[in-house]
Structure formats: C-alpha cells, structure tokens
Design a protein around this ligand. Structure first.
Ligand SMILES: *[C@@H]1O[C@H](CO)[C@@H](O)[C@H](O)[C@H]1NC(C)=O
Length: 205
C-alpha cells in the first residue's frame, strides 16, 4: 500500500562541498479525490488545542504531506549491533516517556487523544522509511535529538522549556547512519516479509 506514495528527489551540492539532499514526498492518491482539510486549531472549542496546526503546518497532521528532509554528512555515524534487550529497553523508555508527557502535561482527554494519534501516525511513517517505500533516507534529525537530555529537569520533573523549534524543522538536519546490510536485490522482499510477520503478530484494538 505504501507503493502509492510517490517521492520527488532534489539533490543539491552545498557550497561547503558537503552533500545535502532535500527530499519532499507527498501522497499522490490525494490528487484523485478532493483534498479534505483537517484543522485541529481550537477543535470543538477546546482551548488546549489552540495553535495545534502551527507545529507541522496546516494539513500536515502527521508530518508526511509537507515533510522535508536534508541529509547532512558532516557527522559520520555507523551502526553497531547491540543485544536486542538493550534496544528494547531504550525504546520502551521512549514509549513510557511519551505516555508520561501526555498524561502529566495535558488534562483534556480529547487533546490527549489527538496529540497521541499525531505522535503515533508521525512515528509510524518511519516504517515506510525502513522498508524504503517512502522515498526518505533512513535516519534521524540530529538537532531534535540533541534536546533529549533536556526533557527531564534536575528535579526529575518534565521540563516546560520552549526548545525553540517546530515540527517543520524535523528532518532538516538528518543523519543517515551507514553500515546497514540493505541489499538492493534482496532486501525489498525480505523486509516486506519481516513487516508482514510483525504485523501478523500485532494485536489491534
Ligand atoms: C545481495 O543479494 C543477492 C541475492 O540474494 C546476492 O546474490 C548478493 O550476493 C547480495 N549482495 C551482497 C553485497 O550481499
């Protein structure tokens, strides 16, 4: 189903001599039907949803329609395989931290629901990246990641600092770790098999 997504690649050589690759992708299936606008600014008069759309921009709920990626290669990062439990521990910390932020810093249940769906959908697009279906490079934004240590204050509470970026900045300083064993002739079908097996194992609610 992700084959329906078409990607437009634009490559430019930065003046510094470093490669940068701005990539824009959009869902071409939207062109076949009337585009529906989805705004959550003040949705149903809920004031905690004031300015909701500003973060990623209008009609960019899950940061897919207007996602722009620029790969910076000034920092070389290579993957190094760790034990699976070590990976699973770290990812579940991120998961529980997301739950903590949503339940401690939002009181309105509708807002909790909408914000979580945004997080879930936006993160979910990484699946298409991993399977090379999205047209995006497989990496992470180094600038956004650099704020990780500032989420929790020295007293252990969730910080309320404004870090000075918006969702539109996500991807603009992408690092693509090298060293994966992606194989152009065999990995496309093997990752689809992996995705399918994992989807079969997942429960839905
Ligand atoms: C990529 O996969 C093909 C088909 O399985 C295999 O013949 C080839 O050796 C692989 N290339 C590398 C670099 O592993």
């Amino acid at each position: 189903m992700f084959a329906k997504f078409a990607a437009v690649f634009v490559t430019a050589l930065a003046a510094t001599g470093a490669w940068s690759s701005p990539i824009a992708a959009r869902d071409t299936s939207d062109d076949l039907v009337a585009r529906t606008s989805h705004s959550f600014n003040n949705w149903r008069g809920i004031s905690s949803l004031n300015n909701f759309d500003n973060f990623y921009g209008s009609d960019n709920f899950d940061n897919f329609a207007a996602f722009k990626q620029v790969v910076i290669q000034e920092q070389q990062v290579v993957c190094r395989t760790q034990q699976i439990e070590i990976i699973q521990q770290r990812l579940v910390i991120l998961q529980e931290m997301a739950k903590r932020i949503i339940t401690e810093q939002i009181c309105e249940v509708e807002t909790q629901t909408i914000v979580f769906q945004q997080f879930h959908a936006s993160l979910g697009h990484f699946s298409g990246d991993l399977r090379r279906n999205s047209g995006h490079q497989v990496g992470y934004d180094s600038n956004i990641v650099s704020h990780f240590g500032n989420i929790v204050g020295s007293d252990g509470s969730i910080s309320t600092d404004d870090f000075g970026f918006s969702g539109k900045d996500v991807g603009s300083r992408t690092i693509v770790p090298s060293g994966s064993n992606w194989n152009d002739s065999s990995s496309r079908s093997s990752v689809e098999a992996a995705f399918s097996a994992a989807s079969d194992a997942s429960s839905s609610d």
